[in-house]
Design a protein around this ligand. Sequence first.
Ligand code: MG
Length: 416
Amino acid sequence: MPGVPVDYTRLSDPNAEYTMRDLSAETMGVTAERGGGRDVEITDVQTTLVEGTYPWTLVRIYTDAGVVGTGEAYWGGAVPELIDRMQPFLVGENPLDVDRLYEHLVQKMSGEGSIGGTTIHAISGIEIALNDLAGKILDVPAYQLLGGKYRDEVRVYCDLHTEDEADPQACAAEADRVVSELGYDAIKFDLDVPSGHEKDHANRHLTEPEIDHKAEIVRATTERVGDRADVAFDCHWTYTGGSAKRLSEAVEPYDIWWLEDPVPPENHDVQREVTQSTATPIAVGENVYRKHGQRRLLEEQAVDIIAPDVPKVGGMREGRKIADLADLYYIPVAMHNVASPIGTMASAQVGAAIPNALAVEYHSYELGWWEDLVEEDGLIEDGSMAIPEKPGLGLTLDMDVVAEHMVDGETVFDPA
Ligand code: MG
């Protein structure tokens, strides 16, 4: 009813007398006092939105020790507001209790039905900031908190676009340019592009000429760079199971890295059938929240490659847990990513710490100032990201660049 104020915060009110499953330090009897410089309390949580490839939601957690942690949440209109609403659940807590605080936030917000979507984006950004903070307090890189290193650098694949994305030769030419000049040996194109043969955009059916057109993009691209690069193609949850099977079969001769999200993510039975019908590897996962969401995809072997987005589906330790679950089924992990250097490094730190990492996505090669957001240089070189030995994520925001590219109406968060 217009004009009637609704208190949407009631279900997650930190002062509410009911406790649900309250995991706060006070309720759990966890003391803040600890030895070895670990006696630290969170004093504030703030966000700043940067207009990057997407609106990058940077999250900063402040402490009474003067140490700050920086994270990033996947975009989504309500994310900064959700983070503000969770601030009272974090103030006074020890940031080293990363797992408990993560579960505490999920539980507190779950009264609103928020066990996925933008609430988890917001919690992911907080969780990444907690990992950065914990690494700085303990003076270890974030990968160390995740169990140590399998590799010093993590492979990066570059998501490509062309002015005429439906022109197979334009795709082949851009693939050639990026592989030859920018040093990537792994790339991805969108395949849900217009072919001019569409009959109906609602029914998810691919006509034969549409499949021929997509197969021609795949053929032209892999023929040009296939001996120098792995090439993946993304379908963005568009097609019927039957169309997805026909498309997967049509591109089998070209030995692609993977075909991503050919069918919508909700129906595991269809997903599994498509994956098991074809020799083309199928990747899914960026829209599947937390380990609970990814579980069935993995247990039913409904994917060949799992593709979680760390700043979106649950954060770094949840990424590690999803990777562990995938490893039970010998399934590799290719981390979906559209983030600034902060979220990308969070994904790379996870990639360093898990056995089954294939690569991390880089989605900003056309932006021009992606790396300027942090003081460090040379983040991605020769198609891979070196993992810093500095504490936490190992990155320092350049606050002038943050201010320069802020979303209109935003304010920069307080200095570190
Ligand atoms: Mg995708």
